[in-house]
Each structure stands twice: as structure tokens, then as C-alpha cells.
Write a protein that binds this ligand. Structure first.
Ligand code: FCB
Length: 467
């Protein structure tokens, strides 16, 4: 199939502040949750590479934005680091702000649209020490941070996002215990998730206030980004499998989709949580706050589908509810390096779900990408990484994106995750995602991979009007 990118469709790059900037002590940047974890236990990070370095975007942002331009990418997302923009008294740190002003100016000079996210798993350490998202004061502090950012950069940024994947911290830090502080407590996870929903809603409220007061561009938009993939179960499901599907979809997807489209959280999910005595604590006035959570559009990060089945036990070893067990689809195709299933059709299924259930809401693919270990072995004689697997991955996904659009999905763009190799949490630089390689042994030098030339040609065809 010949891929042809529609006019006006965003084709860009996705990245985040904490995974790229480095310079972790510059500009009086505060310590983050990730720095604390790196200091405490560096062996938890692949090759003992902690959160300190990123890919040196802090020094290289001009070069990187020019590279985006040279690949014909028209937009890119990054995030402001809360730890860089604000001081511990919750006032603007002018040195940190200066860096983001430079990034905004550089994007503008290169004619690239900047999408700015406010939070990408990067809690300031001093707030984490006060209980992080379990503490309502932190929710308030986030709203203050959002207000400050809207007012400081309101005339420079059109596309704003409150959170990237708000599901990940409750999951990784509190439910599955994969990330520091390795807690496995469904109830605490749900409380954290609920507080993030409040934080998001307060930030959207701040966004509207800032707009009314003339701080923002007239056409500024606010959104939320999540890994919204609809879950699948077995072919001939039992009622219990369908129940597992309902709760997985409810907690991971509908929670955010309902909040962002109607300013409410799904009642059926809360009812079930109450049966298990696992519902989050709700305070008077919260309902009003959540009503502010509606957004202009959504970002959909997609790497892999979720497949679930009825849980073997209804409670886990600590007596917390267990709503689903993973289901291994016999026909699955794997990215063996990352351990994630590759299922491009999931992107289309999401588009169709949006069309059916939330027809007013537009979205873009805000992350999609393929992480591969030891890419060195794919170098040709000229030293260029021949990442044909990545080209195939992106092509397969784009085909399903365009099919969904043809069938009425309101998908308005595609951002590839990790256009430039970056630091990926506890996996550090293990899996490389980029169209552009970063040489860690050679001053973070950037080098194009084969996929970079491929994406450039693809977008160029559109830009030259060759439909
Ligand atoms: C997503 C995250 C992003 C990156 C990719 C690989 O879940 O949003 O920060 O680490 O996974």
C-alpha cells in the first residue's frame, strides 16, 4: 500500500524533558523523584545510567530542532520539567524559564509547532517526600505550577497538555511495584490515580482562567495524553473474562476518556471499587473540580495492546482486589527486545472506538515507536544503522491510522516516540527508539539511521504536493 499523508495532518516527534534534557543541576533545577531513586540505588538502572544525563537536549536543542526540520517533521512534543521551572517555594525559577523560552523561540524560528506537556512522571523530590500524589497539597502545588507555566509561556505555546500517561505512576509505583518505592497496593494506586484526575482538572481550570485573562493565544488548546488502547480478551469469553475487560478498560481508559469528554469518572468502576472497599476517598467539592476536566483534544500513545482474562483469584496475596490476569494471545507477534506485542490494528480499533463512543473528540497518535537493543549490529559499512524493522513498524501502524481516518476517525496527527534515542526510565539507554542515533561514547553525537531518511522522504512527498 502506498502511504500518503493527508495535508494538515501533524507529523512530528515525541519526547519529554526528563528523558532528554540532562543538565540535572543547571539553572538551580530541583531534585526529581528519578534523581532520588538514581542516588539511592543506581543498580536498578540499566548499565547504572541514572536520570542525570538525558540525551543532552539541554545543550543540543538547537541542533535537534534543526534536525527535525531537516526531516520535514512539522511538530514536536516535549515537557517542561516542574523541577526546572519552579523553586521550592513554588515560585517561578527565572533561569529554568529562560531555557524553555529559548526552546520555544527556536521551534518558532524553524517553523515547527511545539506541543508542550506539563508532567511526564517527574515529581519534584521535595513533594514526593511529602507523600507525592497521595497528598492533596501536591495536587494544589501542581495547579500552581500549571498556572505559572500558562502565564509565563502563554503567548509562545499553542498546544498544551496536562499529563503524559497518568495511568503509569499509579501502576508502576503503587500497584505493580515495578518502580521505586515498589509498593503493591491497589487501594493506594487508585487514590493516586484519583488525585491525578483532580490535578488534571485543576490545571484545565487554570488554563481557562488564563485564557479569559488574556495570557494565552486565542486558539490555544488543552489536552491530555494517555495509553488508551482498548483491551482485548479471548475469542470465546466467559462472563468473567468480560468482567475483567470492563474493569481493565474502566480503570485504564474510560476513567480518563470520561473525565476528558464529560468531566466525570465512570460510575460502574466506582461501584465495583466500593464493593471491594477499594474506592478512593472523595471529598465534598471534588465533583465540581472534575467537571473542569474536559479538554479540547487527546493524545493516544500506542505501543502494544492489553490482553486480559478473568483473574485466577479475586484477591491478591495482600488481600487487594485483582480485576484481571494477563492473557497471552497464541497468535501474537513480539518485539522481543522490549517484550511488547506488536499489533498495529490496535490503533485502528481505538480510532473506531472513539468514533463510536466519543464522536466529538479529536485525537492524535502522540507516541508510537519501536525500541530495540544492541542496534550496533545493524550498522552497514558506512556506519549507518539499517533499521528496516523500524520502518516496517511505522509503516504498518500508519496504514491502520489512515484506514481509521478514511472510516471516520478524527485523528489529526502522528508523533513518533523517541525520534532521537533517549533515556527510558529504569531501562535507561537499553532500547533505542530513535530515527536518530545518540552516541553515548562520543559526546552524545547525533547520527541519522536509515529510518530517518525514510520518514523524511515520506513527509516530503506530501510537502511537495505529490499525493
Ligand atoms: C511510554 C512513555 C515514554 C517512553 C515510552 C517508551 O510509556 O510515555 O516516556 O518511555 O513509553
Amino acid at each position: 500500500m502506498q502511504l500518503s499523508i493527508p495535508k494538515g495532518f501533524f507529523m512530528g516527534a515525541a519526547m519529554s524533558g526528563p528523558q532528554t534534557e540532562g543538565a540535572y543541576k543547571k539553572d538551580h533545577r530541583l531534585e526529581s523523584f528519578w534523581d532520588t531513586w538514581s542516588d539511592l540505588s543506581i543498580s536498578d538502572f540499566y548499565n547504572k545510567v541514572g536520570s542525570y544525563v538525558g540525551n543532552n537536549f539541554y545543550e543540543k536543542y538547537e541542533e535537534d530542532i534543526k534536525l527535525f526540520k531537516s526531516l520535514h517533521l512539522d511538530s514536536f512534543r516535549t515537557s517542561i520539567q516542574w523541577t526546572r521551572l519552579m523553586d521550592q517555594n513554588q515560585k517561578l525559577n527565572p533561569e529554568g524559564a529562560a531555557f524553555y523560552h529559548k526552546v520555544c523561540a527556536c521551534a518558532k524560528d524553524n517553523g515547527i509547532e511545539l506541543f508542550m506537556n506539563l508532567y511526564h512522571f517527574d515529581m519534584p523530590a521535595y513533594l514526593y517526600a511529602r507523600g507525592g500524589w497521595e497528598n492533596r497539597e501536591v495536587v494544589e502545588a501542581y495547579a500552581t505550577y500549571a498556572r505559572t507555566a500558562f502565564r509565563e509561556f502563554g503567548k509562545e505555546i499553542r498546544y498544551w497538555f496536562t499529563f503524559n500517561e497518568p495511568i503509569v505512576e499509579p501502576d508502576q509505583e503503587y500497584r505493580s511495584g515495578n518502580w521505586y518505592p515498589f509498593i503493591k497496593d491497589e487501594r493506594r494506586g487508585l487514590q493516586v490515580q484519583y488525585h491525578i484526575a483532580l490535578a488534571h482538572s485543576l490545571a484545565v481550570r487554570e488554563f481557562h482562567k488564563a485564557k479569559e485573562e488574556g495570557y494565552l493565544l486565542d486558539d490555544a488548546q488543552i489536552g491530555l495524553i494517555n495509553a488508551f488502547a482498548p483491551p482485548y480478551t479471548k475469542e470465546n469469553p466467559t462472563p468473567e473474562d468480560l468482567e475483567a475487560l470492563r474493569m481493565t478498560d474502566g480503570i485504564h481508559n474510560r476513567w480518563w476518556l470520561d473525565l476528558c469528554t464529560s468531566g466525570t469518572l465512570p460510575k460502574d468502576v466506582f461501584d465495583t471499587l466500593k464493593e471491594y472497599h477499594a474506592a478512593p476517598e472523595v471529598r465534598p467539592g471534588d465533583e465540581e473540580i472534575l467537571k473542569c476536566g474536559r479538554v479540547d483534544w487527546l493524545g493516544f500513545n500506542y505501543y502494544q495492546p492489553t490482553r486480559v482474562q478473568a483473574p485466577k483469584e479475586k484477591l491478591d496475596e495482600s488481600g487487594y482486589p485483582r480485576f484481571a490476569d494477563p492473557y497471552i494471545w497464541p497468535e501474537r507477534r513480539m518485539n522481543v527486545y522490549r517484550g511488547w506485542e506488536i499489533y498495529p490494528k490496535g490503533i485502528y480499533d481505538f480510532g473506531m472506538k472513539m468514533k463510536r463512543e466519543y464522536p466529538e473528540m479529536k485525537f492524535f497518535i502522540s507516541e508510537n515507536g519501536m525500541g530495540v537493543e544492541h542496534e550496533d549490529r545493524f550498522r552497514n559499512e558506512d556506519g549507518e544503522i539499517q533499521d528496516d524493522y523500524r520502518i516496517e513498524f511505522v509503516r504498518d501502524h500508519l496504514e491502520w491510522v489512515f484506514k481509521a481516518i478514511e472510516e471516520g476517525a478524527q485523528c489529526v496527527g502522528y508523533h513518533y516516540w523517541g525520534v532521537i534515542d533517549n533515556w527510558s526510565w529504569s531501562n535507561a539507554f537499553k532500547n533505542r527508539y530513535g530515527f536518530i542515533e545518540v552516541d553515548l561514547m562520543n559526546n552524545y553525537e547525533r547520527r541519522l539511521k536509515k529510518s530517518a531518511r525514510w520518514i523524511k522522504d515520506l513527509i516530503e512527498q506530501r510537502d511537495n504536493g505529490e499525493d
